[in-house]
Design a protein around this ligand. Structure first.
Ligand SMILES: Cc1ncc(COP(=O)(O)O)c(C=O)c1O
Ligand SMILES: N[C@@H](CCCC[NH3+])C(=O)O
Length: 441
Protein backbone atom coordinates (compact mmCIF):
# COMPACT_ATOMS: atom_id res chain seq x y z
CA UNK A 1 0.00 0.00 0.00
CA UNK A 2 1.41 3.34 -1.04
CA UNK A 3 0.47 6.53 0.80
CA UNK A 4 0.98 9.90 -0.85
CA UNK A 5 1.79 13.12 1.02
CA UNK A 6 0.17 13.34 4.46
CA UNK A 7 -2.11 10.31 3.89
CA UNK A 8 -1.90 7.66 6.60
CA UNK A 9 -3.95 5.22 8.65
CA UNK A 10 -5.24 6.61 11.96
CA UNK A 11 -5.90 4.77 15.21
CA UNK A 12 -9.43 3.89 14.06
CA UNK A 13 -7.98 2.16 11.00
CA UNK A 14 -9.37 4.95 8.81
CA UNK A 15 -7.60 6.77 6.02
CA UNK A 16 -6.52 10.19 7.23
CA UNK A 17 -5.38 13.03 4.94
CA UNK A 18 -4.02 16.37 6.11
CA UNK A 19 -4.73 15.30 9.68
CA UNK A 20 -8.44 14.80 8.91
CA UNK A 21 -10.31 11.48 9.08
CA UNK A 22 -11.74 10.81 5.60
CA UNK A 23 -14.76 9.00 7.08
CA UNK A 24 -15.65 12.15 9.01
CA UNK A 25 -15.26 14.06 5.75
CA UNK A 26 -17.60 11.60 4.03
CA UNK A 27 -20.15 12.06 6.82
CA UNK A 28 -19.86 15.85 6.79
CA UNK A 29 -19.76 16.49 3.04
CA UNK A 30 -21.23 13.34 1.49
CA UNK A 31 -19.76 11.16 -1.24
CA UNK A 32 -18.30 11.08 -3.81
CA UNK A 33 -15.91 13.62 -2.43
CA UNK A 34 -12.59 14.87 -3.79
CA UNK A 35 -10.12 15.51 -0.97
CA UNK A 36 -6.99 17.57 -1.70
CA UNK A 37 -3.88 17.39 0.45
CA UNK A 38 -2.86 21.06 0.46
CA UNK A 39 0.53 20.42 2.09
CA UNK A 40 1.44 18.06 -0.76
CA UNK A 41 0.48 20.64 -3.40
CA UNK A 42 2.63 23.20 -1.60
CA UNK A 43 5.54 20.76 -1.44
CA UNK A 44 5.30 19.93 -5.15
CA UNK A 45 5.17 23.63 -6.04
CA UNK A 46 8.16 24.41 -3.84
CA UNK A 47 10.17 21.49 -5.28
CA UNK A 48 9.98 23.03 -8.75
CA UNK A 49 10.59 26.58 -7.57
CA UNK A 50 13.58 25.78 -5.35
CA UNK A 51 15.25 23.62 -7.99
CA UNK A 52 15.36 26.54 -10.41
CA UNK A 53 16.48 28.84 -7.60
CA UNK A 54 19.30 26.49 -6.59
CA UNK A 55 20.44 26.24 -10.20
CA UNK A 56 20.48 30.03 -10.44
CA UNK A 57 18.23 29.91 -13.51
CA UNK A 58 15.63 32.64 -14.01
CA UNK A 59 12.35 30.81 -14.40
CA UNK A 60 8.60 30.86 -14.17
CA UNK A 61 6.77 27.76 -13.02
CA UNK A 62 3.22 28.10 -14.33
CA UNK A 63 0.55 25.79 -12.98
CA UNK A 64 -1.27 24.22 -15.95
CA UNK A 65 -4.69 24.87 -14.52
CA UNK A 66 -6.48 22.48 -16.89
CA UNK A 67 -5.45 19.76 -14.39
CA UNK A 68 -7.78 21.22 -11.75
CA UNK A 69 -9.08 24.73 -11.66
CA UNK A 70 -11.16 26.46 -9.03
CA UNK A 71 -11.02 29.81 -7.31
CA UNK A 72 -9.47 28.31 -4.16
CA UNK A 73 -6.92 26.35 -6.18
CA UNK A 74 -5.83 29.50 -7.99
CA UNK A 75 -5.56 31.35 -4.67
CA UNK A 76 -3.33 28.57 -3.34
CA UNK A 77 -1.15 28.77 -6.46
CA UNK A 78 -0.94 32.53 -6.01
CA UNK A 79 0.09 32.04 -2.39
CA UNK A 80 2.89 29.75 -3.54
CA UNK A 81 4.12 32.38 -6.02
CA UNK A 82 3.64 30.32 -9.17
CA UNK A 83 2.40 31.60 -12.52
CA UNK A 84 -0.74 30.28 -14.16
CA UNK A 85 -1.44 28.69 -17.53
CA UNK A 86 -5.04 28.99 -18.74
CA UNK A 87 -6.53 27.62 -21.95
CA UNK A 88 -9.97 29.16 -22.14
CA UNK A 89 -12.04 32.19 -21.28
CA UNK A 90 -13.54 30.15 -18.44
CA UNK A 91 -10.17 29.40 -16.86
CA UNK A 92 -9.11 33.01 -17.33
CA UNK A 93 -12.36 34.23 -15.75
CA UNK A 94 -11.78 31.92 -12.75
CA UNK A 95 -8.26 33.34 -12.38
CA UNK A 96 -9.64 36.88 -12.40
CA UNK A 97 -12.23 36.00 -9.77
CA UNK A 98 -9.40 34.51 -7.68
CA UNK A 99 -7.61 37.85 -8.08
CA UNK A 100 -4.62 36.09 -9.64
CA UNK A 101 -1.87 38.56 -10.69
CA UNK A 102 -2.61 39.13 -14.39
CA UNK A 103 1.02 39.60 -15.36
CA UNK A 104 1.66 35.98 -14.35
CA UNK A 105 -1.15 34.51 -16.47
CA UNK A 106 -0.22 32.74 -19.73
CA UNK A 107 -2.98 31.99 -22.23
CA UNK A 108 -2.82 28.80 -24.32
CA UNK A 109 -5.15 27.15 -26.80
CA UNK A 110 -5.24 26.03 -30.42
CA UNK A 111 -8.42 27.93 -31.28
CA UNK A 112 -8.81 30.96 -29.05
CA UNK A 113 -11.89 32.93 -29.97
CA UNK A 114 -11.93 36.65 -30.70
CA UNK A 115 -13.77 37.14 -27.39
CA UNK A 116 -11.09 35.20 -25.49
CA UNK A 117 -8.28 37.20 -27.12
CA UNK A 118 -10.15 40.45 -26.38
CA UNK A 119 -10.43 39.39 -22.74
CA UNK A 120 -6.68 38.64 -22.57
CA UNK A 121 -5.83 42.01 -24.09
CA UNK A 122 -8.31 44.01 -22.01
CA UNK A 123 -6.97 42.42 -18.83
CA UNK A 124 -3.39 42.85 -20.05
CA UNK A 125 -2.32 39.34 -19.08
CA UNK A 126 1.35 38.37 -18.98
CA UNK A 127 1.62 36.34 -22.16
CA UNK A 128 -0.37 34.76 -24.97
CA UNK A 129 1.08 31.55 -26.34
CA UNK A 130 0.17 31.91 -30.00
CA UNK A 131 -0.72 28.67 -31.71
CA UNK A 132 -1.49 29.46 -35.37
CA UNK A 133 -1.45 32.06 -38.16
CA UNK A 134 -5.09 33.15 -37.66
CA UNK A 135 -4.35 33.93 -34.03
CA UNK A 136 -1.31 36.02 -34.98
CA UNK A 137 -3.50 38.21 -37.18
CA UNK A 138 -6.42 38.40 -34.74
CA UNK A 139 -4.22 39.22 -31.77
CA UNK A 140 -2.26 41.93 -33.63
CA UNK A 141 -5.55 43.55 -34.74
CA UNK A 142 -7.09 43.42 -31.26
CA UNK A 143 -3.94 44.80 -29.64
CA UNK A 144 -3.78 47.60 -32.20
CA UNK A 145 -7.41 48.49 -31.50
CA UNK A 146 -6.67 48.67 -27.77
CA UNK A 147 -3.31 50.39 -28.20
CA UNK A 148 -1.61 47.60 -26.27
CA UNK A 149 1.43 45.47 -27.02
CA UNK A 150 1.03 41.85 -25.95
CA UNK A 151 4.02 39.69 -24.94
CA UNK A 152 3.76 36.41 -26.87
CA UNK A 153 5.42 33.05 -27.30
CA UNK A 154 5.05 30.92 -30.41
CA UNK A 155 4.03 27.34 -29.73
CA UNK A 156 5.94 24.98 -31.99
CA UNK A 157 5.67 21.23 -32.50
CA UNK A 158 9.20 19.89 -32.37
CA UNK A 159 8.41 16.47 -33.89
CA UNK A 160 9.03 14.41 -30.76
CA UNK A 161 7.15 11.22 -29.96
CA UNK A 162 7.17 10.93 -26.18
CA UNK A 163 6.33 7.61 -24.50
CA UNK A 164 2.75 8.06 -23.38
CA UNK A 165 -0.85 7.41 -24.39
CA UNK A 166 -1.63 8.56 -27.97
CA UNK A 167 -4.42 10.86 -26.76
CA UNK A 168 -2.08 12.86 -24.52
CA UNK A 169 0.80 13.15 -27.00
CA UNK A 170 1.21 16.69 -28.29
CA UNK A 171 4.75 17.28 -29.57
CA UNK A 172 4.68 15.05 -32.66
CA UNK A 173 4.68 16.54 -36.16
CA UNK A 174 1.13 15.31 -36.88
CA UNK A 175 -0.55 17.33 -34.13
CA UNK A 176 -3.34 19.90 -33.99
CA UNK A 177 -1.22 22.15 -31.77
CA UNK A 178 1.28 24.84 -32.69
CA UNK A 179 3.45 25.78 -35.65
CA UNK A 180 5.28 22.98 -37.38
CA UNK A 181 9.07 23.28 -37.25
CA UNK A 182 10.03 20.94 -40.08
CA UNK A 183 8.05 22.62 -42.85
CA UNK A 184 9.20 26.12 -41.95
CA UNK A 185 5.80 27.26 -40.58
CA UNK A 186 7.38 28.27 -37.28
CA UNK A 187 10.05 30.33 -39.05
CA UNK A 188 7.36 32.11 -41.05
CA UNK A 189 5.38 32.80 -37.86
CA UNK A 190 8.48 34.22 -36.20
CA UNK A 191 8.99 36.69 -39.06
CA UNK A 192 5.34 37.79 -38.92
CA UNK A 193 5.41 38.15 -35.13
CA UNK A 194 8.71 40.06 -35.14
CA UNK A 195 7.32 42.56 -37.60
CA UNK A 196 3.96 42.97 -35.88
CA UNK A 197 3.67 46.40 -34.32
CA UNK A 198 1.65 45.28 -31.28
CA UNK A 199 3.17 41.88 -30.51
CA UNK A 200 6.29 41.48 -28.42
CA UNK A 201 7.79 38.11 -29.33
CA UNK A 202 9.47 36.78 -26.17
CA UNK A 203 10.44 33.36 -27.52
CA UNK A 204 9.10 29.88 -28.15
CA UNK A 205 7.13 27.17 -26.45
CA UNK A 206 6.71 23.45 -26.83
CA UNK A 207 4.87 20.76 -24.90
CA UNK A 208 5.57 17.17 -25.86
CA UNK A 209 2.80 15.35 -23.97
CA UNK A 210 1.66 14.29 -20.54
CA UNK A 211 2.50 11.61 -17.94
CA UNK A 212 6.11 11.27 -19.16
CA UNK A 213 8.67 9.48 -16.99
CA UNK A 214 11.94 10.06 -18.82
CA UNK A 215 13.85 13.23 -19.50
CA UNK A 216 14.96 12.07 -22.97
CA UNK A 217 11.91 13.50 -24.76
CA UNK A 218 12.21 16.86 -23.00
CA UNK A 219 15.91 17.07 -23.85
CA UNK A 220 15.35 16.15 -27.49
CA UNK A 221 12.65 18.79 -27.71
CA UNK A 222 14.83 21.39 -26.02
CA UNK A 223 17.62 20.53 -28.48
CA UNK A 224 15.28 21.19 -31.42
CA UNK A 225 14.11 24.48 -29.91
CA UNK A 226 17.65 25.74 -29.43
CA UNK A 227 18.71 24.62 -32.92
CA UNK A 228 15.77 26.67 -34.17
CA UNK A 229 16.74 29.65 -32.06
CA UNK A 230 20.29 29.43 -33.39
CA UNK A 231 18.93 29.49 -36.94
CA UNK A 232 16.61 32.41 -36.20
CA UNK A 233 19.45 34.25 -34.52
CA UNK A 234 21.80 33.73 -37.47
CA UNK A 235 19.25 34.48 -40.16
CA UNK A 236 17.02 37.10 -38.60
CA UNK A 237 18.98 38.34 -35.59
CA UNK A 238 16.19 37.11 -33.33
CA UNK A 239 17.14 36.65 -29.67
CA UNK A 240 14.76 34.69 -27.43
CA UNK A 241 14.17 36.03 -23.94
CA UNK A 242 11.97 33.09 -22.92
CA UNK A 243 11.89 29.38 -23.73
CA UNK A 244 8.90 27.49 -22.38
CA UNK A 245 9.35 23.72 -22.21
CA UNK A 246 5.75 22.92 -21.23
CA UNK A 247 4.61 20.38 -18.67
CA UNK A 248 4.04 16.65 -18.79
CA UNK A 249 6.04 15.36 -15.81
CA UNK A 250 4.64 11.98 -14.81
CA UNK A 251 3.32 10.86 -11.42
CA UNK A 252 2.91 7.53 -9.65
CA UNK A 253 -0.63 6.22 -10.03
CA UNK A 254 0.27 2.56 -9.44
CA UNK A 255 3.38 0.54 -8.79
CA UNK A 256 3.92 0.35 -12.56
CA UNK A 257 4.79 4.07 -12.61
CA UNK A 258 8.26 5.32 -11.79
CA UNK A 259 8.34 9.09 -11.99
CA UNK A 260 11.43 11.16 -11.28
CA UNK A 261 11.43 13.82 -8.57
CA UNK A 262 10.78 17.34 -9.88
CA UNK A 263 14.36 18.29 -9.08
CA UNK A 264 15.74 15.56 -11.35
CA UNK A 265 13.47 16.45 -14.27
CA UNK A 266 14.46 20.10 -13.98
CA UNK A 267 18.19 19.59 -13.30
CA UNK A 268 18.64 17.17 -16.20
CA UNK A 269 16.77 19.36 -18.66
CA UNK A 270 18.55 22.53 -17.53
CA UNK A 271 21.99 20.90 -17.82
CA UNK A 272 21.24 20.19 -21.48
CA UNK A 273 19.71 23.61 -22.05
CA UNK A 274 22.85 25.27 -20.68
CA UNK A 275 25.07 23.32 -23.01
CA UNK A 276 22.82 24.05 -26.05
CA UNK A 277 23.00 27.74 -25.18
CA UNK A 278 26.77 27.61 -24.84
CA UNK A 279 27.36 25.55 -27.98
CA UNK A 280 25.20 27.85 -30.08
CA UNK A 281 26.63 31.04 -28.59
CA UNK A 282 23.19 32.22 -27.47
CA UNK A 283 22.15 34.20 -24.41
CA UNK A 284 20.54 32.10 -21.66
CA UNK A 285 16.82 32.84 -21.85
CA UNK A 286 14.38 32.67 -18.96
CA UNK A 287 13.03 29.12 -18.70
CA UNK A 288 9.32 28.59 -18.18
CA UNK A 289 7.63 25.29 -17.45
CA UNK A 290 3.96 24.34 -17.05
CA UNK A 291 3.38 21.37 -14.76
CA UNK A 292 -0.24 20.40 -14.15
CA UNK A 293 -0.56 16.75 -13.14
CA UNK A 294 2.68 16.71 -11.13
CA UNK A 295 1.45 19.56 -8.91
CA UNK A 296 -1.98 18.20 -8.03
CA UNK A 297 -2.34 14.62 -9.26
CA UNK A 298 -1.26 12.65 -6.22
CA UNK A 299 -2.63 15.31 -3.85
CA UNK A 300 -6.20 14.33 -4.74
CA UNK A 301 -8.11 11.32 -3.39
CA UNK A 302 -11.74 10.50 -4.15
CA UNK A 303 -13.90 9.01 -1.39
CA UNK A 304 -16.88 6.96 -2.57
CA UNK A 305 -19.62 5.05 -0.78
CA UNK A 306 -19.74 1.40 -1.67
CA UNK A 307 -23.11 0.26 -3.06
CA UNK A 308 -24.31 -2.81 -4.89
CA UNK A 309 -22.35 -5.96 -5.67
CA UNK A 310 -22.55 -8.57 -8.37
CA UNK A 311 -20.59 -11.76 -7.87
CA UNK A 312 -20.43 -13.98 -10.95
CA UNK A 313 -19.02 -17.36 -9.87
CA UNK A 314 -15.68 -18.14 -11.50
CA UNK A 315 -15.85 -14.95 -13.53
CA UNK A 316 -15.69 -11.70 -11.58
CA UNK A 317 -16.83 -9.79 -8.51
CA UNK A 318 -18.18 -6.35 -9.31
CA UNK A 319 -18.42 -3.71 -6.60
CA UNK A 320 -20.29 -0.54 -7.47
CA UNK A 321 -19.59 2.90 -6.04
CA UNK A 322 -21.68 6.07 -6.09
CA UNK A 323 -19.59 7.77 -8.80
CA UNK A 324 -17.57 6.60 -11.80
CA UNK A 325 -16.84 7.98 -15.23
CA UNK A 326 -18.69 11.20 -14.38
CA UNK A 327 -16.08 12.14 -11.77
CA UNK A 328 -13.13 10.21 -13.27
CA UNK A 329 -13.27 9.59 -16.99
CA UNK A 330 -9.58 8.70 -17.28
CA UNK A 331 -9.96 4.88 -17.03
CA UNK A 332 -12.61 4.94 -19.78
CA UNK A 333 -10.69 7.40 -21.94
CA UNK A 334 -7.08 6.30 -21.53
CA UNK A 335 -7.34 2.92 -19.77
CA UNK A 336 -5.74 4.74 -16.85
CA UNK A 337 -4.98 2.64 -13.75
CA UNK A 338 -5.52 3.56 -10.11
CA UNK A 339 -4.94 2.13 -6.65
CA UNK A 340 -7.62 2.14 -3.97
CA UNK A 341 -8.33 1.04 -0.38
CA UNK A 342 -11.34 0.78 1.86
CA UNK A 343 -11.11 4.14 3.64
CA UNK A 344 -12.81 2.83 6.81
CA UNK A 345 -10.85 -0.47 7.00
CA UNK A 346 -7.51 0.35 5.44
CA UNK A 347 -5.57 -2.41 7.14
CA UNK A 348 -8.08 -5.27 6.86
CA UNK A 349 -6.85 -8.25 4.93
CA UNK A 350 -7.54 -8.03 1.19
CA UNK A 351 -9.34 -11.37 0.91
CA UNK A 352 -11.42 -10.47 -2.15
CA UNK A 353 -10.64 -9.36 -5.68
CA UNK A 354 -13.15 -6.88 -7.05
CA UNK A 355 -13.67 -4.73 -10.11
CA UNK A 356 -14.89 -1.26 -9.26
CA UNK A 357 -17.90 -0.25 -11.32
CA UNK A 358 -19.37 3.22 -11.67
CA UNK A 359 -23.09 3.93 -11.63
CA UNK A 360 -23.48 5.19 -15.20
CA UNK A 361 -25.56 3.37 -17.77
CA UNK A 362 -22.45 2.36 -19.67
CA UNK A 363 -20.51 -0.93 -19.54
CA UNK A 364 -17.25 0.97 -19.97
CA UNK A 365 -17.91 2.83 -16.74
CA UNK A 366 -15.31 0.90 -14.76
CA UNK A 367 -12.76 2.57 -12.50
CA UNK A 368 -10.44 -0.30 -11.53
CA UNK A 369 -10.22 -3.92 -12.67
CA UNK A 370 -9.32 -6.79 -10.34
CA UNK A 371 -8.43 -4.83 -7.24
CA UNK A 372 -7.42 -6.80 -4.13
CA UNK A 373 -9.71 -5.55 -1.34
CA UNK A 374 -11.25 -6.79 1.93
CA UNK A 375 -14.77 -8.19 1.41
CA UNK A 376 -16.81 -4.98 1.27
CA UNK A 377 -20.45 -4.04 1.64
CA UNK A 378 -22.63 -0.97 1.36
CA UNK A 379 -21.45 0.41 4.70
CA UNK A 380 -17.90 0.76 3.44
CA UNK A 381 -16.08 3.63 1.77
CA UNK A 382 -13.63 3.34 -1.08
CA UNK A 383 -10.73 5.77 -1.43
CA UNK A 384 -9.22 6.03 -4.91
CA UNK A 385 -5.80 7.67 -4.88
CA UNK A 386 -4.24 10.17 -7.30
CA UNK A 387 -7.43 11.64 -8.70
CA UNK A 388 -6.25 15.24 -8.27
CA UNK A 389 -5.43 15.93 -11.91
CA UNK A 390 -7.97 15.71 -14.73
CA UNK A 391 -10.57 14.28 -12.34
CA UNK A 392 -12.85 17.13 -11.30
CA UNK A 393 -11.50 19.06 -14.29
CA UNK A 394 -13.01 16.49 -16.68
CA UNK A 395 -16.08 15.70 -14.60
CA UNK A 396 -19.34 15.67 -16.50
CA UNK A 397 -23.07 15.25 -15.97
CA UNK A 398 -23.67 12.08 -17.99
CA UNK A 399 -26.94 10.50 -16.83
CA UNK A 400 -27.57 13.83 -15.08
CA UNK A 401 -25.31 12.79 -12.24
CA UNK A 402 -24.32 15.78 -10.11
CA UNK A 403 -20.68 16.76 -9.71
CA UNK A 404 -19.14 15.94 -6.31
CA UNK A 405 -17.91 18.47 -3.78
CA UNK A 406 -14.23 19.29 -3.30
CA UNK A 407 -12.56 19.83 0.07
CA UNK A 408 -9.06 21.02 0.89
CA UNK A 409 -7.48 19.54 4.01
CA UNK A 410 -4.44 20.88 5.84
CA UNK A 411 -3.16 20.75 9.42
CA UNK A 412 -6.22 18.96 10.76
CA UNK A 413 -8.74 21.29 9.12
CA UNK A 414 -11.09 20.82 6.20
CA UNK A 415 -12.41 23.52 3.95
CA UNK A 416 -15.15 23.14 1.35
CA UNK A 417 -13.82 24.76 -1.84
CA UNK A 418 -16.38 23.57 -4.40
CA UNK A 419 -19.86 22.73 -3.21
CA UNK A 420 -21.67 19.62 -4.39
CA UNK A 421 -23.86 20.19 -7.41
CA UNK A 422 -27.58 19.91 -6.72
CA UNK A 423 -30.47 18.75 -8.88
CA UNK A 424 -31.52 22.42 -9.04
CA UNK A 425 -28.10 23.26 -10.49
CA UNK A 426 -28.68 20.61 -13.14
CA UNK A 427 -31.85 22.25 -14.46
CA UNK A 428 -30.68 25.83 -13.93
CA UNK A 429 -29.92 26.41 -17.61
CA UNK A 430 -32.92 24.49 -18.94
CA UNK A 431 -35.81 26.36 -20.50
CA UNK A 432 -39.31 24.92 -20.82
CA UNK A 433 -40.55 23.53 -24.08
CA UNK A 434 -42.84 26.03 -25.81
CA UNK A 435 -45.75 23.79 -26.67
CA UNK A 436 -47.81 24.89 -29.62
CA UNK A 437 -51.17 25.96 -28.22
CA UNK A 438 -53.11 25.12 -31.37
CA UNK A 439 -52.19 22.26 -33.58
CA UNK A 440 -53.15 22.89 -37.19
CA UNK A 441 -54.27 19.85 -39.06
C1 LIG B 1 0.48 23.21 -23.38
C2 LIG B 1 0.38 22.39 -22.16
N1 LIG B 1 1.08 22.75 -21.08
C3 LIG B 1 1.02 22.04 -19.94
C4 LIG B 1 0.24 20.90 -19.84
C5 LIG B 1 0.23 20.18 -18.54
O1 LIG B 1 0.58 18.89 -18.67
P1 LIG B 1 0.74 17.98 -17.37
O2 LIG B 1 -0.52 18.03 -16.62
O3 LIG B 1 1.01 16.65 -17.93
O4 LIG B 1 1.88 18.53 -16.60
C6 LIG B 1 -0.48 20.46 -20.95
C7 LIG B 1 -1.24 19.21 -20.93
O5 LIG B 1 -0.76 18.19 -21.38
C8 LIG B 1 -0.42 21.24 -22.14
O6 LIG B 1 -1.11 20.88 -23.20
N1 LIG C 1 -6.49 14.92 -19.67
C1 LIG C 1 -5.29 14.17 -19.83
C2 LIG C 1 -4.11 15.04 -19.95
C3 LIG C 1 -4.25 16.06 -21.00
C4 LIG C 1 -3.24 17.07 -20.86
C5 LIG C 1 -3.56 18.32 -21.59
N2 LIG C 1 -2.80 18.52 -22.79
C6 LIG C 1 -5.15 13.15 -18.73
O1 LIG C 1 -6.01 13.00 -17.93
O2 LIG C 1 -4.19 12.45 -18.65
Amino acid sequence: MYFHGTSKVNTKGHLEIGGVDTIELANDYGTPLYVYDVALIRQRARDFQTTFKNLGVKAQVAYASKAFSSVAMFQLIKEEGLSLDVVSGGELYTALVADFPVDRIHFHGNNKSVEELEMAVEKQIGCVVVDNFLELTLLQDICEKHGYTMPILLRVTPGINAHTHDYILTGQEDSKFGFDLQSGQAHEAMKIASNATHLDLLGIHCHIGSQIFETTGFKLAAGKLFDTLKLWNDKEGFEARVVNLGGGFGIRYTEEDNPLPASVYVEEIITDVQSFVKDHGLKMPEIWIEPGRSLVGDAGTTIYSVGSKKEIPNIRHYLAIDGGMTDNIRPALYQAKYEAVLANRVEDEADDKVSIAGKCCESGDMLIWDLPLPKANHEDYLAVFCTGAYGYAMANNYNRITKPAVVFVEDGEAQLVIRRETFEDLVRLDLPFQAKTKLTK
